[in-house]
Design a binder for this molecule. Structure first.
Ligand SMILES: [Zn+2]
Ligand SMILES: [Zn+2]
Length: 154
C-alpha cells in the first residue's frame, strides 16, 4: 500500500499516512484563507487511525469553523505549522493539511469548494469540479469513500 510522509517546516514533527485519503479538496473559504495566510488550503479527509506521528509531538489550538462549532488544530509546538485538524466532536475524522506532505503533488484536489469567496485573481483549471459552497458527498465520492466517511463520522 502507498505510504505518504510529511513534516512541518522546521522538521520537528514528522508523520506517515497509512492509507490513501477518503477525499481531497481545496477550500477557498475566507476562514481557510486567514488560517493559512494564503489563497486557499488543500485538505485531505481520512481516518485518524491511519495517521501515525513518527517524530515529535503536536500542540493544540482551537479556532472558529464555518459551522460555528469550532475546529481543533494540531500544530508543531516549535514552528506552529498546522499538520491536521478535527471538527469539534469528530475525532475519528482527520483533516490533513495536505501541502505538509513531502510530495503534495501525489494528492491533488478532487474538488474546489467555497468558490464564492475565491480570490478574484486566482484562475483555476477546468478539469476539477468546482462548487460555490460545498458539495454533496453522494455526488462526487466513490462508493468506497462514502462508506469510509460514514464510518469515520460515527
Ligand atoms: Zn515545526
Ligand atoms: Zn475553508
Amino acid at each position: 500500500m502507498t505510504k505518504y510522509n510529511g513534516k512541518c517546516s522546521c522538521g520537528q514533527v514528522q508523520y506517515t499516512l497509512n492509507s490513501d485519503p477518503i477525499f481531497t479538496h481545496a477550500c477557498h473559504c475566507s476562514l481557510c484563507q486567514r488560517y493559512t495566510a494564503s489563497a486557499f488550503i488543500v485538505h485531505s479527509l481520512m481516518e485518524t487511525s491511519n495517521f501515525t506521528l513518527t517524530r515529535g509531538s503536536l500542540s493544540e489550538t482551537v479556532g472558529p469553523s464555518g459551522s460555528g462549532k469550532g475546529h481543533v488544530i494540531k500544530r508543531c509546538p516549535n514552528c506552529g505549522d498546522q499538520i491536521y485538524s478535527h471538527f469539534m466532536g469528530l475525532n475519528n475524522l482527520l483533516v490533513l493539511k495536505t501541502t505538509t506532505l513531502s510530495n503534495a503533488n501525489e494528492l491533488p484536489p478532487q474538488a474546489h469548494v467555497f468558490l464564492d469567496s475565491k480570490l478574484e485573481w486566482l484562475k483555476l483549471s477546468d478539469n476539477i469540479p468546482k462548487f460555490d459552497k460545498f458539495y454533496r458527498r453522494e455526488e462526487i465520492y466513490s462508493d468506497e469513500s462514502l462508506e469510509r466517511m460514514k464510518i469515520a463520522l460515527q
